[in-house]
Structure formats: structure tokens, C-alpha cells
Design a protein around this ligand. Sequence first.
Ligand code: OAD
Length: 238
Amino acid sequence: MAEIDSNTKVVVLTGAGISAESGIRTFRDADGLWENHAIEDVATPYAWQANPELVWQFYQARRRQLLGVEPNSAHRALVDLERFLGDNFLLVTQNVDDLHGRAGSKNLIHMHGELRILRCEKCHETFDYMSNEHLTDQYVACPSCGNERLRPHIVWFHEVPLQMSEIYSAVEQCDVFITIGTSGHVYPAAGLIEVARQNGAYCIGINLDNPMNIDLHDEFLQGKAGELLPKYVKKIIN
Ligand code: OAD
């Protein structure tokens, strides 16, 4: 087990697996389909141009799903780890759900965007819109510039993930890099572990199945994040 004290700089990268025990389906488990849709039909800018209604309805359903799920013990364990490490902790998530934030994580980057948020493609403003009036199948207009439809603030395939320079800088400087519930298929997220290793970080993985990049981990724990992570964090803190 890695030596971690309150001065250790830790970056955690999470993926869909950490939210699986809250009842949100992962990507790779669905045979290339996401809630019965091909990814290219709902998660690309071309889909939004060609068939905005389908894309909108798909994301509105994902947004409404957030109202029925709760953070689990793995999300909460990361809050405990952040309390212990303070500013030495950064959580980078590929997940677009809001479970880390609702659990209480603060130093958090959503590199693939957030379901809670809608964005105007004309004036670029973002809106945290989760009240009932914003969750129907009707488009939501931009209150700032009047554009008739806001888009999901999601990084679709062929788009660039968010806050990458902050992420790279933290990963380059970290002592310990931890991946949780991610299959290691999607770049650039899957390549962050290589950056961490090149800069001498000790790399830990927690995942139900072997991720693609398992060989890059110094230590790998196989199992459910909700069961393994709280115990691991407790050991660190004690
Ligand atoms: P994946 O669905 O590719 O991988 C989820 C991983 O979590 C798998 O390796 C599972 O074995 C593991 N897993 C499932 N249940 C678990 C549990 N209870 N505890 C621990 N691990 C568990 O999801 P991601 O790696 O997050 O991108 O996918 C990365 C990106 O690909 C997503 O952010 C999304 C997707 O297409 C965009 O939307 C841009």
C-alpha cells in the first residue's frame, strides 16, 4: 500500500464504475449502446446538428435520472480523503452525473461536462438548470441572448475535454494517482496515468474488471468501489 500522509499530493480519476452502485449504468457494459442508443446518434456535435430533438430528449432523460439517484459510499470516501488532504487533493471525473458534488467533493473537475448544466452556443453562458421547468422535453431558451435552444454542457465525441491544462499540471505534480471505476478506453483520460508515471507518481487502481491500462498501475484492487474504497481511505486516514 502507498504511503500517504496529509502532505502527499493525490489526484483521483473516476469513471462510470464509481456511480454504478448508485444505479447509473456504465458505458462499456451496454455493448456499445448507451441506454439503447448508439453513441454517434446522441453524443456527437453532428448528431445535435442533424437530430437535435433526439439528442435533447436523450439528455433530458439522463438529467431527470439524476433526481432519482444518490451518492454511494465510494463517493463519500473521496470526500473523507479530500478532508484529510485539503489542497493536496484533486478529483478529476469523467462522469457527467452530479454525485461527487452532492456527496461533498469540492476540488473537483468534470472533464466531460455536467448533466446539470446547459450552455448557450451563441453567447457561451452556462446555466445550472435542474428545476422541473428545465427538465421537460421542450427546448430551453437562453435567458441572456434569446437563442431558442441551450445545449447540454457535455463534452461529446470529437470535442475537447474541459480544463485539461489544470488537469495535466496537477497530474504532473502528484505523488499518488488513483483510478477508480474506469475502463481506460477513452483518451485523453486514459492517458493521464502515463503522465503521472512519467513524473514518478505511485499509481493505484480500483475497478471491477481489469482496465485496459492495468499494467500501468503499481497496485490494483479488483472489486466494487463502494466496498473497497471506504476501507482503503480509512487505512490512509488512520
Ligand atoms: P466504462 O463504462 O468504459 O467503464 C466503467 C468501468 O467501471 C468498467 O471497467 C467496469 O468494470 C467498472 N465498474 C463497474 N462497476 C463498478 C463498481 N461497482 N466498482 C468499480 N468499478 C466498476 O466507463 P468510463 O471508463 O467512465 O465519455 O468511460 C469513459 C468515457 O467513455 C465516459 O466518460 C464517456 C464514455 O463514452 C464521454 O461521454 C465523452
